[in-house]
Design a protein around this ligand. Structure first.
Ligand code: INI
Length: 168
């Protein structure tokens, strides 16, 4: 076997650190209450991993449909090593759920591939506000997880993977 990149079997899974990383976050005004919970999850994770507050920029956009364009602009600016997209599309709120959620996910995936800048996908696509709350837990909530935190973890992990792959 050649090089085995960050195989969790071959080394204890070490959380990727964030010191010196510059992170851009794109977030939506739509479903603001939920998105602010996702933002808190992402921000706490980044701080805990050592990303300096001054190295985090946040750009607000109207809705999930607009996230890819803002992410593309941030990626092209050269000012960010990695990005995090935060939003929430609720099926019950719109007849055109698929037309918003699909292009958002496709567009974010395209930004990563077109620019080489990793983007953590922290956009909830859910059936109801209740489901959205359970996927955006903050301190004090009883159960669930926080997809903003997960997206932040993912982007730090991808930056470490890309460093490894590009260095060898
Ligand atoms: N945008 C969201 O981020 N979440 C939603 O649930 C949503 N709904 O329900 O329609 C939504 N729509 C707006 C869309 O993202 C665009 O901002 C709009 O179509 C203008 O381009």
């Amino acid at each position: 076997m050649g090089v085995d990149y960050r195989d969790p079997e071959s080394e204890p899974a070490r959380p990727a650190r964030g010191e010196g990383r510059r992170i851009g976050i794109v977030a939506t005004h739509w479903n603001q209450v939920i998105v602010r919970r996702l933002l808190r999850g992402a921000g706490d994770l980044l701080a805990g991993r050592g990303v300096a507050e001054a190295d985090i920029d946040v750009a607000w956009v109207p809705g999930a449909f607009e996230l890819p364009l803002a992410a593309q602009a941030m990626a092209r600016s050269g000012r960010h090593d990695g990005l995090i997209a935060l939003g929430c599309v609720i099926r019950g709120d719109t007849a055109h759920f698929e037309y918003v959620a699909g292009p958002c996910a496709d567009g974010i995936a395209r930004v990563q591939l077109d620019t080489g800048v990793p983007v953590g996908f922290g956009v909830l696509t859910v059936e109801s506000r209740r489901q959205a709350l359970v996927r955006s837990v903050v301190a004090g909530d009883v159960a669930g997880d926080n997809k903003g935190e997960e997206a932040a973890t993912t982007v730090l992990e991808m930056l470490a993977v890309l460093d490894d792959v590009r260095d060898r």
